[in-house]
Design a protein around this ligand. Sequence first.
Ligand code: URP
Ligand code: ZN
Ligand code: ZN
Length: 470
Amino acid sequence: MSDVPHVQSSQNRLLIKGGRVVNDDQSFEADVFIEDGIIKEVGSNLTVPGGTKTIEAKDKLVIPGGIDPHTHLNLNCMGMNTADDFYSGTKAALAGGTTMIMDFAIAHKGESLVEVYDKYRELADSKVCCDYGLHVGVSSWDDKVGTEMETLTKEKGINSFKTYLAYEENMLEDDELYRVYNKCRDIGALAMVHAENGKIIQMKAKELIDIGVTGPEGHVLSRPEERAITIANQANCPLYVVHVMSKSAAKVVSVARRKGQVVLGEALAAGLGTDGTNYWNKCWRHAAGYVMSPPLRPDSSTPGYLMDLLANGDLQCTGSDNCTFNADQKAIGKDDFRLIPNGVNGLEDRMSVVWEKGVHSGKMDPCRFVAATSTAAAKVFNIYPKKGRIAAGSDADVVVWNPNETRTISAKTHNHAVDFNIFEGMICHGVPEVVITRGHVVVEDGQVNKPCKVEREPYTGPVIQVGAGT
Ligand code: URP
Ligand code: ZN
Ligand code: ZN
């Protein structure tokens, strides 16, 4: 996890006054005093040092910054980098009220997990505007993989490993999965799964191409609903099912939980806020803009169903799976849907979509909203109560949320580097008016502050001469 916010404020003391503090388990009127990046006190009539900057929060909610447990910033897919990198992605996150992301360092078959982890750290550390964590993707199994998983857990603080049942370059056979899950159990890490059915998808996709279905609708038609998981249970290993997109997958998670299995389910902003009817849009660019895996389901009642389960606790976390590609990148697959790079936006709009479809619709209360967008992820990935709670001693990742304000989502105004937004035109109640990351105010009046220059002494040491034979 990095602690290098790029956007800085000269203030090291803040008082958020008159708001309603909302945690996952209670809400109450209180002021919040922040000093040096940490919440120092929460209560009434606080005595604070002179010069403390005051943020008025009357009639507003003071909530823990969002935690997005599922992003892909700087992912290289089919030789193309995502439109959003760790800078634009985390800037967009902050604009939307998310103050921590968890991305994936994905090792392809045969690659060293530790080297891939180091590479992602390097990519992210110099660019992120907020705290981040990494999951590591495991795409093969041998003793070295097992040893590296142990090293990552013991020495680098990694506590979650993603496995794939889809994508040729990543997917594991059942015996390999079993070994990875046994290792996760032994080292106390959480296993994550992308639960599609890669081999069936390959066959169905080819059948569709052969009969001339080459457009984005072929993507969803070739992908049956996600395959259920029993292997983790056999290994007695807790399992986190990423991007639960269909009713059937959500039901599998619910039923497993009722049976007492430790299974956690992640909804996505995309799955809650839009649906797969878009794959039949007459505009190719529009339809391709929604191509992601698992796909959005064409049944327009699926988003509401997934929201019901997020509200009642059958699904616990909400991610974005932010993995953005511009029109010219998606267009690689203009004649063959199998080549369209998979992924959509959601990092900036995740909180607003959950508020709109969850709280504004009357399905969840603000405490459950905080749980679903922040606290559950903090607990699952072992960063609670440093993150995910407004309390003395927690990191000052705080959002002043105005439930009475609205905004309209649009690619024209979003902070992402991508040219498309899957929620285009959606009016959302609930606006992150002030966003604070580690005590720095980075969004005020809903606007992202410009990064400010760090004043420093000029460097006076030696400078290498490029091309001078050194
Ligand atoms: O379409 C998606 N989801 N792209 C990102 C990769 C993944 O499977 O999470
Ligand atoms: Zn996935
Ligand atoms: Zn993903």
